[in-house]
Design a protein around this ligand. Sequence first.
Ligand SMILES: [Zn+2]
Length: 123
Amino acid sequence: MRKVILDQEYLKKEYEDGKSTIVLSKELNVSRHIITANLREAGVKLKSRGEYTEPIVIGQRFNKLVVIEDIKTKQDKRTRYLVQCDCGRKAKTYGTSLKKGQVACWHCRNETMHKVKWTGPRR
Ligand SMILES: [Zn+2]
């Protein structure tokens, strides 16, 4: 496996300040296992499955989405949440999706993608 050395002091500080390995990996544009490997080398005790099990709080914001309600049912193995997007639409989503970086409702994400992809004339 290719070994990538990152600024471990920086990682340690950011991680202990509460940034998750997911956030750090996105920021530094490297995979998560590289972040965790570097944190371990820096002598950081990793939070056990921390970022996945940390509770999501009602009212917590993930980019455009605000968590309104916990809607886990007996059939759901993972916790689902009712969220409201800045555009006013409500959506149901999983906590892990939010933590992994879901930023907006389905409609807004689509719009953003169209804006990025579509450069030709409209029919
Ligand atoms: Zn939206």
